[in-house]
Every structure is written in C-alpha cells, then in structure tokens.
Design a protein around this ligand. Sequence first.
Ligand code: FPP
Length: 245
Amino acid sequence: MAIPTHFNSENIPRHIAIIMDGNGRWAKLNGKARIFGHRSGVKSVRSVTEGAAEAGVEFLTLYAFSTENWNRPKAEVMALMQLLVTTIAGETKTLNKNNIQLNAIGNLASLPKNCQAELKKAVEKTSKNTGMTLVLALSYSSRWEILNAVKSLLIDVKSGKLDETAVNEPLFNSYLCTSSIPDPELIIRTSGEHRISNFLLWQAAYSEFYFTDMLWPDFRKEHLWDAICDFQNRERRFGKTSEQL
Ligand code: FPP
C-alpha cells in the first residue's frame, strides 16, 4: 500500500495520538467475546504504526489502557494485560526492524509485574532506534498526570529546589509524563464517539481532532493517511486571524 500522491510531505504532524475505540462493539457485531475485539485491534495497531512511520510521523501515542479501564470486569482487564504482555514481547523484533523506539506513559507501577517487566525490556531493546517513537498510554489518565505533576512541583518548591515565580507553561510541561514529546497536532478517535476521555488534556490545547465512525479493529494505515490528508486541509490559527498567518 503506497502513501497517497496528494500527501503533502512538508506538513506531516510530528505527533499523532489515537483513542482506539470500538473493539467491544466490533466483537459484538461479529458475535464474539470482547477480548476477540481487542485481539483484532492489535492488527490495527501494527498497520497504523507502520503507516505512521512510513508517513514520517515522529511520535505516535496510542491510548491502550486508561485509569478508568481498571473498572472493567476483572476477566477483561486480565485478558487485556495478557494481550499487552504478548503483543509487546512479540512485536519488539518488528519495532527494531523498523527502527521504532517504544516508550510508555501512565501510572506504570500499577501494571502487573510481568507487564512492567516486558515493557521495560522492550523499551530498553528499542532505545537505540532513531526512527519514530511509539508511545503506549497505559494506566494513563490526564487528570492523574496533571495532579502528579502538581504534587512533584510542590515538593520541589517546598524543598527550595524550585522558585515558585519560575512556574510557567514550559516548566509545568517538564513535570508531565510527556515532557520529552511535542504536543500532538492531531488526535484521532475511532468508533463514532466524540469525547476526549481524560486523554492528554493539557497537551491537546491546540490539537486538531479527527473523528471517524470506523471501529478500531477496522482501522488501517490508509485510514490514518486519510486523517493526515484531512489535517493538511485545515487552517491552524492558534488564536490569530486567517490574515495574520
Ligand atoms: C477500546 O475499545 C479499546 C481498549 C480499551 C483497549 C485497546 C487495546 C488494544 C487495541 C490492544 C492492545 C494494544 C496494544 C498497543 C498492544 P472498547 O473496548 O472500549 O470498545 P467499545 O467501546 O466498543 O466497548
């Protein structure tokens, strides 16, 4: 599958973040258990990661498990964690072949020990890669991240390490899990839902949103490229007027 010819290679979002939604509904439509939808979703993860790297995206963040997802039935949570472990372990070779670095954001200490270990291994094994960075948001929620940042910042002010008058946007940003990642220019959500669901709230201040009715297990690299083309036709004004741009 080739990148579309009307693609403007000069205007590729550096960072795309995706809320992968609709696995459960996809499974139901196919008369299967929810986990079957998540398993099929891994095929989309593979295709979209490949497509993003081919397009020249520098960072791809996937919302794989939210803080709120811990409230799902225990069996589904366990099956998702197991799927994460096997996927991360199984895909490390392909990530290296494609020069992709793996990273993760979220409350990683809350993940099961085997998941933490597999993640750590894959992050280390891919750390020398110089191509795209794939960021998995795991046990992640933006309110958790922001509160965490505020707590760390207060500790630093209290201990004298930080002068409170120095607190500004870049400094606050440096306390977030995404401190080394640019804000996403484009956020995609599948499955027809139009919500941000506690995802990158601070970082999404000027993001463009792209919603599609497609369920995540049906989403492939060509759909990602459609979203990029759509993004390229938008005027990003950052509060200015069209004439000022
Ligand atoms: C949302 O669909 C999807 C998730 C909560 C999990 C996403 C996980 C994967 C695609 C598999 C593993 C991913 C990686 C990166 C290895 P939903 O269950 O909320 O669907 P529904 O809204 O139709 O019920």
